[in-house]
Design a binder for this molecule. Structure first.
Ligand SMILES: C[S@@+](CC[C@H](N)C(=O)[O-])C[C@H]1O[C@@H](n2cnc3c(N)ncnc32)[C@H](O)[C@@H]1O
Length: 333
């Protein structure tokens, strides 16, 4: 599950749209569910003991004899699920080691359109400033050591829209605790400028090493737009990170766009997904840059940006808030 949202600085209003909220179980989820069934069966069998004689001695019974018929029937599926899960883990590990991890198109589309929406929404107040000679400033937090968003061309839509609105000079700053290698940065910069070259757009790209959880050297309100993809799930302290985002964002008309893993809400009908998120959360943290699957990111954003209730953000169509499932995200969306 991921969540898309962007805010207009201090003008805090956004529109909720659940139209893309789909209820579909992917094959991977069903397989994972089978793993749960088996692990539950084995767990209950392993710890089951029964009285053996009058002295109340106990003996372990064979785990298999403790399985219910349903559990035995589920076992082949569970073993298949475990194998499939292991294979998917090793595939991802291989891709990560080759540096070419690709996410599902549905996710990438979300990232591209979220970034475009957020940047476009910040343009009017940028253009109304007296000093329009300065570049339109964008901060991407948690840019990643392979600069995925820029290298995959996920700024294309934003640049195209900005160009139509007369913005031709952009300063894109990446911030991460792990900086990309210089050849990766060069590829990212080439990709960013390749997109913009036909549109007389100039993109200055730079990456700084640092944490969004601590106060950066940027002055208050420096950026017109802050964006991130799958970063708030990885920071240690979300509230500290969001406070810094809010500080560096231009108070009048600055925007924040993000696409993040979020925890299933209690009122949502995704109990299996909720269980998966909680079970796989520790593993995900180890294999995927401290990524937490089960965080109430939306709530933290509402808190930091002081949005109290739904009516507060049902006021404007310029700002949007959306929750959606991406079926093919690994291991759970
Ligand atoms: C799962 S990766 C996502 C990378 C990239 N945004 C993408 O979509 O491919 C999370 C990134 O957040 C970075 N990160 C974690 N904590 C951070 C922090 N406090 N400040 C800045 N970046 C951070 C990690 O180093 C990592 O590059």
């Amino acid at each position: 599950m991921a969540e898309m949202q962007y805010f207009e600085g201090e003008k805090l209003a956004f529109m909720k749209n659940d139209s893309h909220f789909r209820k579909r179980l992917s094959i991977a989820r069903m397989l994972l569910y089978c793993v749960f069934i088996t692990s539950e069966a084995v767990r209950s069998a392993s710890f089951s003991m029964t009285p053996k004689n009058d002295d109340n001695e106990v003996a372990l019974r064979s785990p298999l004899s403790q399985l219910s018929r349903r559990q035995i029937l589920a076992s082949p599926f569970a073993i298949g699920g475990a194998i499939a899960y292991g294979k998917s883990l090793s595939d991802v590990a291989k891709k990560i080691s080759r540096g070419d991890l690709e996410y599902p198109p549905a996710h990438e589309k979300r990232v591209e359109s979220t970034i475009a929406n957020a940047m476009v929404a910040a343009v009017p107040s940028f253009l109304s400033e007296k000093n329009t000679n300065r570049p339109f400033r964008v901060l991407e937090i948690g840019i990643g050591d392979n600069c995925r968003v820029s290298r995959r061309g996920l700024y294309d839509e934003a640049f195209e829209e900005l160009s139509k609105r007369g913005v031709s000079n952009i300063a894109l700053t990446g911030l991460d605790i792990v900086v990309p290698k210089s050849n990766v940065m060069a590829q990212a910069e080439n990709r960013l400028n390749k997109n913009s070259s036909g549109k007389q757009m100039k993109v200055n790209f730079d990456v700084l090493e640092g944490s969004i959880e601590s106060k950066s050297t940027f002055s208050n309100g420096w950026f017109d737009c802050v964006v991130c993809a799958l970063t708030l799930c990885s920071v240690d302290n979300q509230v500290a990170a969001l406070e810094e985002v809010k500080r560096v964002l231009r108070p009048n008309g600055g925007t924040f766009g993000f696409v993040e893993h979020v925890a299933v809400n209690i009122e949502e009908p995704y109990r299996i997904l909720n269980l998966q998120q909680q079970v796989f959360d520790p593993l995900q943290q180890v294999v995927a840059h401290n990524c937490h699957l089960h965080r109430y990111t939306g709530d933290n954003i509402l808190k930091v940006f002081s949005i109290q209730k739904e009516e507060d953000y049902a006021l404007s169509s310029r700002l949007s808030y959306e929750r959606f499932l991406v079926d093919d995200m690994w291991p759970v969306s």
